[in-house]
Ligand binder design. Structure first.
Ligand code: NAP
Length: 211
């Protein structure tokens, strides 16, 4: 079993990732949360937790961890402190303990924040975190979804290194794609965009190619 640290495990996507990993025979989720009171919902299911705030000292958090999924985010409130610097801090620690793969929940538009009409600062922070990860020594998958919805997942997406138009995708399908990126070797050293679509996630992921 591989130990998977999920940053942002209490978030809407994070919780779905934890649920998928909990049901998997290959992965053991370790929920990174930032409040003591969030522990109970995980520990009552025998899920390991680590309580840390990405704005503070997080040293030691990757000890014993095989792979990381970064699904944390400040919701636009502290994009530099959390989405950018928090991610970079976790990338540095992951490098230090030589984890096997870092899966980043990024966003469509993070490739060229200056072209965005809105959310420029958020996208700039995501861009900087993504670039930092790409230039690290880590194996990575950078997954860039469109707007997230709470619609039930369909298990089907469209995926490409750069999609032609923007759109939506359910958090369910994003979580599925992130988890598949952990063990699908075609996602190694990759950056790709996803939206809801017609292709099974597993099939769509065969289209991923390394950068
Ligand atoms: P969410 O529900 O707001 O989850 C974000 C998680 O990050 C929460 O669990 C939050 O903790 C945690 N967090 C915030 N600040 C933190 C800190 N300082 N230290 C540690 N953890 C911290 O967001 P979501 O809907 O799951 O989306 C996840 C990410 O997807 C977003 O952050 C964004 O980067 C990306 N994304 C979003 C969209 C969209 O349309 N919304 C589109 C593309 C990509 P608490 O639970 O304690 O608040």
């Amino acid at each position: 079993m591989e130990n998977i640290l999920i940053a942002g495990a209490n978030g809407a996507v994070g919780q779905k990732i934890v649920n998928l990993l909990e049901a998997s025979q290959y992965f053991n989720p370790v929920a990174m949360i930032r409040k003591e009171e969030q522990k109970k919902q995980f520990e009552s299911r025998n899920i390991d937790t680590v309580v840390r705030d990405l704005e503070e000292d997080i040293s030691g958090v990757t000890e014993g961890i095989d792979k990381v999924i970064f699904a944390a985010g400040s919701g636009g409130k502290k994009v530099v402190e959390v989405d950018q610097e928090g991610a970079k801090k976790l990338i540095d620690l992951s490098n230090k303990t030589k984890i096997k793969k870092f899966v980043m929940l990024s966003s469509m538009g993070a490739d060229s924040p200056e072209d965005a009409d809105e959310l420029k600062e958020y996208l700039r922070a995501k861009h900087n975190a993504d670039e930092y990860l790409k230039s690290s020594d880590l194996n990575f998958a950078i997954v860039r979804p469109g707007s997230l919805t709470d619609e039930p997942g369909t298990g089907k997406i469209i995926l490409d290194s750069k999609l032609k138009s923007s759109g939506e995708i359910s958090r369910d399908d994003v979580a599925q794609t992130l988890v598949r990126s952990l063990h699908n070797d075609s996602a190694n050293y990759s950056v790709f965009e996803i939206l809801k679509g017609d292709n099974l996630i597993a099939t769509a992921m065969n289209k991923v190619s390394a950068t």
